[in-house]
Design a protein around this ligand. Structure first.
Ligand code: ATR
Length: 284
């Protein structure tokens, strides 16, 4: 059996095992996908144990997804890191090659882009975009948003220095695309936007949305990178101000689809699986 897993702490909430099992079923891929709780500070040991235990059972461990808080540790154990994961400074997908080497990648950003462009049917080329937040979860998505051709990207964060350093790290990419890339304080964001992406933990904390509603252009798309109760406050705010609101469930499924394709070379029917997951969660 070819074996994959998601590693995190906590990890019991992860929807990845269900998503990948469904991809495998629909694509006729004979894989198993586990959930593995890894002790804090012991990520490398967690990887080694996963590979060793699979081998002892006669299975082949071929890769894993990495979630909070190990996205930064994951980069340091890989022999090869993709350009987008290097730029993100974070890793969510590891592939174990036949020669034993570990290849690290980050599919979070392309997952967000694919959800916006394919599922929400909003092309990003030429659009103006506000990203609220500059923490770990947000780091991976800036590069792919620039690659998708956004004309103007603003990063606003409570701690402005973090937005500034994220913008600096992506300055060459923005220049290569001819895009404008700026860092601002939350209460000083200039202008309005076609797309507003919330990557802050403010909804989770039950706090108000940390930017004014004037950032929402008429008919704007407002996306929270989280889903469920953690996204509710932001989505409510967006709808109340006339925006089209979208949670992070599509991003979750689309980043998984990218990982699945990296591992198996097969593109799973992600839109179908997203519909099914949404229906499951609504019925729960
Ligand atoms: P994650 O890995 O989920 O991104 P993180 O790295 O702690 O977690 O980042 C959380 C993000 O939410 C940060 O951008 C944080 O702002 P700071 O960099 O100033 O800490 C933002 N955030 C958290 N609570 C917030 C609040 N009440 N208002 C505004 N921003 C908030």
């Amino acid at each position: 059996m070819d074996l994959y897993c998601v590693m995190g702490n906590p990890v019991e909430h992860s929807r990845s095992p269900w998503i990948h099992a469904r991809f495998a079923e629909l694509c006729n891929q004979p894989i198993a996908y586990e959930r593995r709780l890894v002790a804090l500070g012991a990520f490398a040991e967690g990887i080694a144990a996963f590979r060793r235990e699979a081998a002892e059972r006669g299975d082949r461990a071929l890769g894993c997804n990495v979630t909070v808080p190990f996205k930064f540790d994951a980069a340091s154990i890989a022999q090869h890191t993709s350009e987008r994961a290097t730029l993100a400074g974070a890793v969510n997908t590891l592939r174990f090659a036949a020669d034993g080497d570990i290849h690290a990648d980050n599919t979070d950003g392309i997952g967000l882009v694919n959800d916006i462009e394919r599922n929400a049917r909003v092309p990003l080329a030429g659009k103006s975009l506000l990203r609220i937040g500059a923490g770990g979860a947000a780091a991976g998505v800036l590069g792919p948003l620039l690659d998708a051709g956004a004309a103007r990207v603003v990063v606003a964060n409570r701690t402005v220095d973090k937005a500034v350093s994220l913008v600096r790290r992506h300055a060459a990419l923005a220049l290569a695309h001819g895009a404008s890339l700026e860092a601002w304080a939350l209460d000083a964001v200039p202008g309005d936007f076609d797309l507003v992406v919330n990557a802050t933990a403010s909804s989770l904390a039950g706090d108000a949305v940390p930017v004014g509603a004037q950032v929402l252009r008429q008919g704007a798309l407002a996306v929270d990178m989280m889903y469920g109760p953690a996204a509710a406050g932001f989505l409510q705010w967006a709808r109340a101000h006339g925006a089209v609101a979208r949670d992070g469930l599509g991003m979750l499924v689309e980043q998984a689809a990218e990982s699945f394709e990296i591992w198996r070379g097969v593109r799973p029917p992600s839109a179908q699986v997203l519909d099914e997951l949404r229906a499951r969660l609504a019925a729960a």
